[in-house]
Design a protein around this ligand. Structure first.
Ligand SMILES: *Cc1c(COP(=O)(O)O)cnc(C)c1O
Length: 396
C-alpha cells in the first residue's frame, strides 16, 4: 500500500502490509497476496480466522441482544464464568474487554484483599524485569521494561522488580508492604522465556509462607496456547488470581480476571466495573471458543504440534550460524537469533509467512492452535529457508 499521511497517532511501527481477508490459517492482503499466518493476531485468533463455531454463536447472539448494562443479570456471563471456573483453580470471574484491564482488576483485587485482611500498608506488588503486563499507567508500571515506561512518569507507586527465575531476588524485595507477586509463566513479549519449574514451585511456596498472593498473567499463555488450557497447569501450582484476554474470544474483545474463594469476597458491589465487560455478544464468542477448545482437546493438540515444531526447527536450524536457540512452550515459540529480528521478519513476510518479534532478537511463532499440519510445515520451511539464505549471505 502507498503510505499516505495518516490521521492516526503513530503508536505502532506497522508492517508495510494491509490484510483484508482471513480464513483459518491463511490471510490475504489488498494486493491479493496470500500468507500463511504463524502469528494469529498475536495469540488472539487461536482457533484461526473466522472460525465457524464462533461465528455461528455470534450471529445467533447478534439477532437476539447486543448489549445490556452490568446492572442486569447476563446469563452468558454466568455460563462463561462457570465454564472457566469448572476448568481452572478459580472460583470467581470478573469480565472486561482487554488484557490491561484484566491486569488492572487483578492489581486492584490484590490490593483490596490485602488491605482488608492484612492491613492498610500492604500494597506493593513484586513483578519481574522483562515482563509485559499492559499499557495503562498501573500495568505499564507493573511491566518491568523501561522502554514501555519512558515518558510517562510519575508512575503509580507500588511496584518493584525482581529477576525472572531467581527466587533470591524475590525474597530480597519482600517487605511489610508486599501484597503479591505477579508473573507470566512464559515471558512472551520479553523474548519467549519460559519460567523454570523449580523456580515457580518455590515461588508458590514462598508466597504461601509469607502470606502473599500469587498472580499469574495468562493473557498470552492462556487459552490453550502453551499446550494446557492455562499455562500454570504445567507447573503444578494454583495462582490466587490469574488473567485472560487475547485468545478468549477468538478475536472478539474480551478479558477476564479470575480469583479463588479466598480473594473473591474482597470485591463488593461498587468496587469495580466496566461498561463493556462481558456483554452478551463478547461472552457468546468466548463461550463458543472455550467449549470448542474443551470438546476438541485443542490444548493437547497445541502441546503435540508445539513439540513437533520445536523439534523440527531445532533440526533444521542446528547448523545455522544466525540462530542461537529455539525455545518455547506449546505453540508459543521463539527462534533466538544473533542479530536483530526485524530484518529477518521483513524477509519472512516477503516470502509469504507472517511472524512477529519478541524483544529485539527473537522471531516469535504463534500459529493458530488448529492450523493444518501441512500449513505449519510449509510456514516453517519458509522461515528456515529465509534464515538459511540470510546466513549464507553473511558468509560470502
Ligand atoms: C498482550 C498482553 C497484555 C496486554 O493486553 P492488551 O489486551 O493489549 O491490553 C498483558 N499481558 C500480557 C502477557 C500480554 O501478552
Amino acid at each position: 500500500m502507498v503510505q499516505q499521511a495518516s490521521s492516526l497517532f503513530p503508536t505502532y511501527a506497522r508492517f508495510p502490509i494491509t490484510l483484508v481477508k482471513g480464513e483459518g490459517s491463511r490471510l490475504w492482503d489488498d494486493q491479493g497476496k496470500e500468507y500463511i499466518d504463524l502469528m494469529a493476531g498475536l495469540a488472539v485468533t487461536n482457533l484461526g480466522h473466522a472460525p465457524e463455531v464462533v461465528k455461528e454463536k455470534l450471529v445467533a447472539q447478534l439477532d437476539q441482544l447486543w448489549h445490556v448494562s452490568n446492572l442486569f443479570h447476563i446469563p452468558n456471563q454466568e455460563k462463561l464464568a462457570k465454564l472457566l471456573t469448572d476448568n481452572s483453580c478459580a472460583d470467581a470471574v470478573f469480565f472486561c474487554s482487554t488484557g490491561a484491564e484484566a491486569n488492572e482488576a487483578a492489581i486492584k483485587l490484590a490490593r483490596r484483599y490485602s488491605q482488608k485482611v492484612l492491613g492498610e500498608n500492604r500494597y506493593e506488588i513484586i513483578t519481574f524485569h522483562q515482563s509485559f503486563h499492559g499499557r495503562t499507567l498501573a500495568t505499564l508500571t507493573a511491566t518491568g521494561q523501561e522502554k514501555v515506561q519512558e515518558g510517562f512518569h510519575p508512575l503509580p507507586e507500588g511496584f518493584v522488580y525482581a529477576d525472572y527465575n531467581d527466587l533470591a531476588s524475590v525474597e530480597k524485595l519482600i517487605s511489610e508492604r508486599t501484597c503479591a507477586v505477579m508473573l507470566e509463566m512464559v515471558q512472551a513479549e520479553g523474548g519467549v522465556i519460559p519460567a523454570d519449574p523449580d523456580f515457580v514451585k518455590a515461588l508458590a511456596e514462598l508466597c504461601k509462607e509469607r502470606g502473599l498472593l500469587l498472580i499469574v498473567d495468562e493473557i498470552q499463555t492462556g487459552m490453550g496456547r502453551t499446550g494446557k488450557l492455562f499455562a500454570y497447569e504445567h507447573y503444578g501450582i494454583e495462582p490466587d488470581i490469574f488473567t485472560l484476554a487475547k485468545g478468549l474470544g477468538s478475536g472478539f474483545p474480551i478479558g477476564a480476571m479470575l480469583g479463588n474463594a479466598k480473594v473473591a469476597p474482597a470485591f463488593s458491589a461498587g468496587s469495580h466495573g466496566s461498561t463493556f465487560g462481558g456483554t452478551p455478544i463478547a461472552t457468546a464468542a468466548a463461550i463458543a471458543t472455550v467449549e470448542y477448545m474443551l470438546n476438541e482437546k485443542i490444548p493437547q493438540r497445541a502441546a503435540e504440534l508445539g513439540e513437533w515444531t520445536v523439534k523440527t526447527l531445532r533440526e533444521k536450524l542446528a547448523d545455522n550460524p544466525l540462530v542461537e536457540a529455539v525455545r518455547g512452550e506449546g505453540l508459543l515459540i521463539g527462534i533466538v537469533c544473533k542479530q536483530p529480528a526485524a530484518e529477518l521478519i521483513a524477509e519472512i513476510h516477503e516470502a509469504g509467512v507472517l511472524v512477529v518479534s519478541a524483544g529485539p532478537q527473537v522471531v516469535r511463532l504463534l500459529p493458530s492452535l488448529v492450523i493444518p499440519k501441512e500449513d505449519l510445515q510449509k510456514g516453517l520451511d519458509v522461515v528456515c529457508d529465509v534464515l538459511a539464505r540470510k546466513a549464507s549471505a553473511l558468509v560470502q
